[in-house]
Design a protein around this ligand. Sequence first.
Ligand code: HEM
Length: 435
Amino acid sequence: MNIPTPSGQTSLRALRALVREHSVLAALEVFADELGSIFRFTMPGFNPVMLVGPEAARFVLVSDRQNLRWRNDSDPVTLLLRHGVLVEDGEPHDSLRRAMTPALHKQMLTHYAADMLRCTDSVTARWVPGSAPDMLVEMRRIALLILTDTLFKVDFSSDIGRMWNAVLKTLAYISPGMWILWRNAPRPGYSKALQQMDDYLYQIIRHRKQVLGSTDDLLGHLIDMGMDDDLIRDQLLTMLIAGHDTSTALLSWTLYLLGKHPDSLHQVQAELDAVLGSQPPTAETVIELRYLEQVIEESLRLYPPIHLGSRVAAEDLDFQGHTIPSGTRVMYSIYLTHRMKQHWDEPARFNPERFSAEGSRPRQPYTYLPFGGGPRNCIGAAFGRIEAKLVLARILQQFDLALLPKPVYAHMGATLEPRPGVWMQVMPRASQQSP
Ligand code: HEM
């Protein structure tokens, strides 16, 4: 069977949706509504197959995963991360993954909790009462500090200012753009930033080896295993990018959604007051923050930071009677799967209750997959979840936030981001001020 492609009329409807909502995702929703769980869009130089829904996710992530490669040597992600765990396949991937797992194991997360709070406090301490900082920027600061502090044991606070543009430029380098359609297009303007990132990472590795010596963190593990500096740099950059940009998106979308739904915000704060009082959250006490957890899950459903996964068919594949030829780029859409009418009531509505013990209906596996699935699921899922709970608990325990009424759209960058930003007025909470 041929893979469905959009008709002229469908493409026109998709184009209208794109213009109306300022997001390619709206166009993809039109395609999925009209064409179903597999379709192909044809643009000059770019003809990926898009898969949607739980069966499709299982196909890509589990049943046919051996025949789908991650690595694509002409992609900027591969050019940037070289031999990072994210872009390797087969045995090289599996052995890197085994090497990284201990530093992200659940037991380690309890040790990271205090560092996560300290990094959060160091950023919020600069908030001027009554001002309205952009939470997309503030959450990036927090996520960068946390990632480098916990996994590299590096205090990034004195470098964050001079490295900020290099980080953003590195993210822009791997974000979707003209390179998708025009593979060998010249891409000027990135080399200085990419070099600055490399210099920084190699300097951290040298400093650790020559001055600090062995430590029990991700960087320490990689050095102890005898990896060479280039391979270590690839893993550090992978973790820095994959581990902070996703959390930035998750935290800023969640604050945005809470700003849009003040009743939920008040419910979160009531729970914080009841469970924590004025005590800082810990890895143990956040387990009791059930409503906050529901809010985070609903945020991940509506705006999954990684909204799609991309692979290349290593041989001819068959999905539900459709032949996907070898060499085709195959994408599975987490965003569209999370919004399927067949699986979610009122999918566009923010409703944290759908994740409560009472409110949730039995869900087919792979209808909810913000962290992917199968053996290549997110290695940092537990880290990301506890980080989100600790950071949000700490902020909302201490501050009242009010969203400024500025339009926000879902931008497909390296992750799905609330753009142009999330400006929120911050006020210390009366109940948290000393008498
Ligand atoms: C907080 C929100 C996060 C979300 C929503 C998220 C989402 C995902 C998803 C969907 C995948 C699978 C992509 C695919 O199938 O191609 C993935 C993989 C990955 N994530 Fe995350 N992630 C998050 C946080 C983190 C953190 C904190 C780290 C590191 C500390 C991390 C590191 C990675 C790595 C290295 C992979 C590749 C794993 C492999 O290929 O074996 N992520 N993530």
